[in-house]
Each structure stands twice: as structure tokens, then as C-alpha cells.
Design a protein around this ligand. Sequence first.
Ligand code: HQG
Length: 193
Amino acid sequence: MELFSKFQRFKGMNTKPSHTRISKFLSLVLRHRPEKIGLKLDPQGWAEVNSLIEKLNAHGLMVTRKILEEVVATNPKKRFALNDDQTKIRANQGHSIQIDHGFKPIEPPEILYHGTAQRFLESILATGIQKRNRHHVHLSADLDTATNVGQRHGKVVILHVRALEMHKAGAEFYLSENGVWLTDEVKVEYIDY
Ligand code: HQG
């Protein structure tokens, strides 16, 4: 048995995928390409848990309900949510497919932060912070989170966004379930750094 599992690892046929691998694949199918495994999302982005597990398994990612619940509960960025009766799952934010998040507009704090790479600075200071491939521009209430987000792209620079002033001038802000502040765009005049 042990030999068999070693052999499987050797062949790259890992029967017990890591939480990170499952999380990355969940991000792909719940945010971007549900059709990759034939999954259907409802207009609010929810998938049936039973159907998701069945389709993940059919595509070679061996996931049980218990493991799925662990991945949702322990995900460091709370990327996924289960509904109240645990029958449905969705990504909290970060979709590229069109879904109705049901986010309610809410007043932001005075300052929000955006971590980005220095190489983007010139372009951002010319055209503002744009949502690019996402549905919203992502902002953080704290510097640590903004730093982590920015570091993904290279040498980090933290931009200070005068969010409350933007809001008073008519911009909508939303707060996702995992604490990410979202808005449509940030114009240059609201950025300090
Ligand atoms: C930059 C992760 C040039 C923008 C994180 C960013 C976050 C511009 C990059 C979430 C620009 C887009 C989002 C302009 C914006 N010119 N560059 N005019 N406007 N940019 O990854 O905010 O792992 O799409 O500064 O934790 O880095 O997905 O956005 O550097 O919450 O759960 O274009 O992604 O969460 O990069 O990160 P991204 P982001 P997940």
C-alpha cells in the first residue's frame, strides 16, 4: 500500500492533493472557468457542493466534503464561502465571470491602501488605478495586507487612496465578506504615495 502511494507520487498522480492545490483549482472554477469541469454557477456565483465534489473527483482532484470544508475554513484569505446550510459554495470575490455579488454600497474609511509594483506607478499616475481583469479595484484597510498584495507583482509601492473623499464625490464602495474593499476605479487625483 505504502509502495503504491509512493509510486503514485513518483508518477505525479497524487491522490491527496494539498489544500493549496485545491484552493487554486477552486479559484479557477468558482471565479473564472466553471465550464472547465462542467460546473454550473447560479447568478450569484453559488455552486452546489455535491455537484462540485462530484465534478472535481471526475476530473482527478480527489476531494471529500470534509476536505472541502477544511479548505474553506482554513483558507488564509477566506477566498470561499459556504451558505448557511452548507449546500452551496462560492468565491467571495475575484471573479472574472459576471456574477451578482449582492454587495451593498457602504461608506469607506478615510484612507484605503493599494499595494502595487513600482513598475506600474508611472502608468497608474497617468490613468489611475484600473480594475484590469477583475470586476473591481481591490483596496485594503491595512498596510500589511496592501504590502502582501503588492509584493505579488514585484518591488512594492503602497498607494494611499482618499476613499472617503471619493465616496463623497459619488464613488461607490463595497466590502467583500473577506474584508477586501472594492470600487470601480481610483482616479489619479485621489492617490497619494
Ligand atoms: C495594477 C489577490 C498599470 C494594479 C490579492 C495591480 C487581492 C495598473 C495589477 C486581489 C493600473 C492588477 C487583487 C494602471 C492597476 N496601470 N497597472 N493604470 N491600474 N494596475 O492581481 O489589486 O489571491 O488583478 O496595481 O490578495 O494586485 O486573487 O489586482 O498591481 O485582494 O484571492 O494592475 O488579488 O487575491 O493585479 O490584487 P491584480 P491586485 P486572490
